[in-house]
Design a protein around this ligand. Sequence first.
Ligand code: BEZ
Length: 238
Amino acid sequence: MEDTKQTNEIISMPRIGERAPSFKAVTTQGEINFPEQYEGSWVILFSHPADFTPVCTSEFMTFASMETKFNEANCKLVGLSVDGLYSHIAWLRTIKEKIEYKGMKDVEVKFPLIEDITMEVAKKYGMIQPGESNTKAVRAVFFIDPKGIIRTIIYYPLSLGRNFDELYRALIALQVADKFSVALPADWRPGDDVIVPTAGSCGVAKERMENKEDIHCYDWFFCTKKISEDEINNGIKK
Ligand code: BEZ
């Protein structure tokens, strides 16, 4: 851990269910007006500690290689670090021109990367966590829905790269929960059974336990049903 000196500054931490804080910013793809210009799409806003560092490079190559898959699920990606625009441009050029990693090469990062030298955005989103670092953003991930509401937040420390398959799984799970009014059990993946809302009356509880067809109940409060991968693909993909 580095930069461990604690400050007394009050840091805002957006929470799940709240509107994503608004900001305008300069990025590697021009200026953005966040989250307003993303209305109608899911967006993953994520931070990384610093350009030209190894874990971040491995993350950017992985995320950029999966960008089409996220876009096909109606999700845009937006990155941020407290570096400046020219550092971002130089780093992304280096990634494309020089780095070959785990079969990935010639990787072009097409999603916007926000410059935030003033830390204005990083502080708004609770990405600066002084116990970890006063000068670098932690690896934060905000899933924001098409109405601009924060739906999931994940934080990782500086030393640990994220699992981008998990980010994709979480995105699809959030979309399935919304579209089919269900919840998703531990380790759920598309094609696995989903959880139907818990019975809200004795009558429904009894009915559920007697229904032997499309719903399987482990007990009256824990019932699942099938949603096929086809239904999911038809229901949520663009
Ligand atoms: C990295 O991405 O490799 C990294 C960045 C900041 C601190 C430690 C590691």
